[in-house]
Design a protein around this ligand. Structure first.
Ligand code: GTP
Ligand code: K
Ligand code: MG
Length: 378
């Protein structure tokens, strides 16, 4: 059986070969195969022989913290960047913070209340380079991060920007795709009928029938249906074949800005996906919370019982892009949709106040909804 060192040596070898291979049409197919080989070796490194993550028993086992609240956000970063200080600032839950590395050795959960939502925040131990390969507690940290709806990559503004790249590649190697949507590709494996491959959208990033064939061959997939509904890269195609990828929003939290000059701060301010803060001085924390709220695509919907005023105290938090009334009903009660007749909706999504709506109606933040059940319904 190959040891992790053997596997890593193979990966290095293929990467060297790829670097040597000039990119042109003829070698494109070959690169597709090499990329698939690397992806397979990486998942073997992570999950043991066979590659699929359900394989080995302790592969990808996270910390045992039960989920609570409306959404879960993880704090990931190098040691001593200020994750624990931030947890305490955001949630009020004390997590030991100190000037030495690896102060935090386990996962500490806290709850941040924002706009009526309860957001579970996880403080995690610091990770170092090579975390995904099993160094230190890194695997456990990243496995836990994978269970989150969003990750905050916490950075120390006085430290080199290379730290950001290192953490990104650790997450990547664990199958986490940051700030990407799942590619719009239909992929189903069948029992017979060979490979059916279709592009319904112009491919400009390296995909073509030959490359697809090479990648599928590498994964020993002989019968399947593929429909590319979006212009994708070969790497995205491999992600689809590998399966088991997590697509997640992330935000870079640049901490300790109290150590920066105004000029340095101006540069930071202009970068995408960055929120500069000082957890110690509680600077810009409200902006951070708002960004988290926006990225998690959460919205508040108030319920209104018939003849009573809306319940503004406890909004129903919906956690989806353009949620429908049906999703709202499902959040309230599992069987509610069965007795649903129509709904009265007040707020931004309503054309007039109130508007009578069906279950497909798309809700907006702070809408008020009154469900009317079918006659004779319970
Ligand atoms: N100047 C400054 N120092 C901070 C800030 N936030 C945290 N610190 C300090 O940075 C050090 C590390 O903070 P921690 O919260 O323990 O960092 P951590 O990322 O949880 O560290 P590990 O658990 O060891 O990975 C402590 O001495 C904190 O007081 C900040 O906003 N500004
Ligand atoms: K520390
Ligand atoms: Mg800590």
């Amino acid at each position: 059986m190959s040891t992790p060192a053997d596997i890593q040596a193979k990966i290095d070898e293929i990467e060297t070969e790829m670097a040597r291979t000039q990119k042109n049409k003829a070698t494109n197919y070959h690169l597709g195969t090499l990329k698939a080989k690397i992806a397979k070796l990486k998942s073997e490194l992570l999950n043991g022989p066979g590659g699929k993550s359900s394989g080995s028993k302790d592969a990808g086992r996270g910390f045992d913290v039960s989920k609570s609240g409306d959404t879960r956000v993880g704090l990931v970063g190098f040691p001593s960047v200020g994750k624990s200080t931030l947890l305490t600032t955001l949630t009020g839950t004390a997590s030991e913070a100190a000037a030495y590395e690896f102060t935090t050795l386990t996962c500490i959960p806290g709850t941040m209340n924002y706009r009526g939502a309860r957001i579970q925040v996880l403080d995690l131990p610091g990770i170092i380079e090579g975390a995904a390969d099993g160094k230190g507690r890194g695997r456990q940290v990243i496995s836990t991060a994978r269970t989150c709806n969003m990750i905050l990559i916490v950075l120390d503004s006085a430290k080199p920007v290379t730290h950001k790249k290192l953490i990104e590649s650790e997450l990547f190697n664990f199958g986490i795709r940051i700030n990407q949507k799942p590619p719009n590709v239909k992929y189903t494996v069948g029992q017979a009928g060979g490979v059916s491959y279709q592009e319904v959208c112009l491919q400009t990033k390296g995909m073509n029938p030959e490359v697809a064939k090479m990648v599928l061959k590498e994964y020993r997939v002989t019968c399947c249906e593929v429909i590319l509904r979006e212009d994708i890269t070969v790497d995205q195609f491999i992600d689809i074949i590998e399966g088991n990828r997590t697509y997640m929003p992330i935000l870079y939290v640049m901490n300790k800005i109290d150590q920066l000059t105004i000029e340095e701060l101006d540069i930071l301010d202009s970068l995408d996906n960055y929120v500069p803060i000082s957890s110690q001085h509680k600077w810009n924390i409200e902006e951070l919370m708002e960004e988290v709220w926006n990225r998690c695509e959460m919205l508040r919907v108030y319920t209104k019982p018939k003849g009573a005023s809306p319940d503004y105290e406890e909004p129903v938090i919906l956690h989806a892009h353009q949620p429908t009334i049906e999703q709202f009903c499902n959040r309230l009660h599992r069987n509610l949709i069965d007795s649903f007749a129509y709904a009265w909706v007040w707020g931004k999504s309503a054309k007039h106040q109130p508007q009578r709506c069906g279950k497909e109606h798309v809700l907006e933040d702070e809408d008020i909804v009154q469900i009317v059940k079918k006659a004779g319904g319970a």
